[in-house]
Design a protein around this ligand. Structure first.
Ligand SMILES: C[S@@+](CC[C@H](N)C(=O)[O-])C[C@H]1O[C@@H](n2cnc3c(N)ncnc32)[C@H](O)[C@@H]1O
Length: 268
């Protein structure tokens, strides 16, 4: 059974997991979740690989995962500072405190209490999402319990890093890399972290993995509101195989009932 992580993360691949993880290259012993976000992918393949590296550029997000793997302290701290769902002032104080003096438990509290649980940063990487009149609740409690008990079974094989993807070094032919990047043509709150030339860097990074004999899968939306994603299009033109996934983003799309084609591209 699939394990849902407790973050309601924007862009989470949880609903698409059955169509994604069945196509990973399990002949490789090592797995890299290059853009782990809420972690739904590494969480659900951790039993299938010898070692897992999970990476994300947001250090405090990585800190939450890291601490949940080893102890309940972060749970206690987060519950104690998470604003009540009626307390907008407490939310604003916490947000300011986080922006002056960030920490994983403050970020998690903000994620739990902000609008639609959608973290959002401005161009200076300051958290700027509004109060969502929500807080730590019984659903959080249940999900945290299941999530932590699951990942702690594999404590010794999971390693976390917080780097830009291109600083995650793939040095052998033994790695299955899953890339689920933000896309410049979407509106996620973590897009402040995605630089103009990151698409090109990612394209070259994936070609390098291919040259080294390791495996990659990249997820993305090939056509969104009539626009084609150049990175994905270039990989397909290079001859890499792709599969179209079956999922309707219209529910969360701001552009109305436009067709989106969620795909994965693989090199194996
Ligand atoms: C689409 S989300 C990943 C969602 C994840 N697969 C899940 O199921 O929750 C993309 C992630 O990339 C991260 N990110 C943005 N720029 C990055 C960079 N340059 N290097 C590494 N991670 C980055 C964001 O913080 C975000 O968590």
């Amino acid at each position: 059974m699939l394990v849902e992580t407790p973050f309601n993360y924007t862009g989470s691949k949880f609903k698409l997991l059955p169509q994604i993880i069945t196509h990973f290259d399990y002949t490789k012993p090592y797995f890299v979740d290059l853009f782990m976000g809420g972690g739904s992918v590494y969480t659900n393949v951790v039993d299938k690989f010898e070692k897992i590296l999970a990476n994300d550029i947001i250090g405090d997000l990585v800190g939450i995962h890291q601490q949940l793997l080893i102890s309940d302290d972060i749970i206690t701290q987060t519950k104690s500072i998470c604003p009540d769902k009626t307390d907008a002032d407490a939310f604003l104080r916490l947000r300011e405190d986080y922006n002056n003096n960030p920490s994983p438990e403050k970020l998690w509290s903000l994620m739990l209490s902000c609008t639609s649980n959608m973290m959002r940063f401005n161009q200076k990487f300051k958290f700027n999402q509004t109060f969502g009149k929500r807080s730590w609740n019984s659903s959080t409690e249940n999900k945290v319990e299941i999530f932590k008990n699951h990942i702690r079974q594999y404590k010794d094989k999971i390693r976390f890093t917080s780097n830009s993807f291109y600083d995650v070094n793939i040095s052998s032919n033994k790695v299955m890399v899953y890339a689920d990047p933000p896309y410049s043509n979407t509106e996620a709150g973590y897009n402040a972290y995605w630089k103009k030339d990151d698409d090109d860097k990612l394209y070259n990074y994936l070609l390098d993995i291919d040259r080294k004999g390791s495996s990659f899968m990249i997820s993305g939306v090939l056509n969104h509101a009539g626009e084609t994603c150049k990175l994905l299009d270039d990989l397909i033109k290079d001859g890499f195989k792709y599969k179209t996934l079956n999922y309707d983003y219209n529910k969360v799309s701001r552009v109305g009932k436009k067709q989106t084609d969620e795909i994965v591209i693989i090199n194996y």
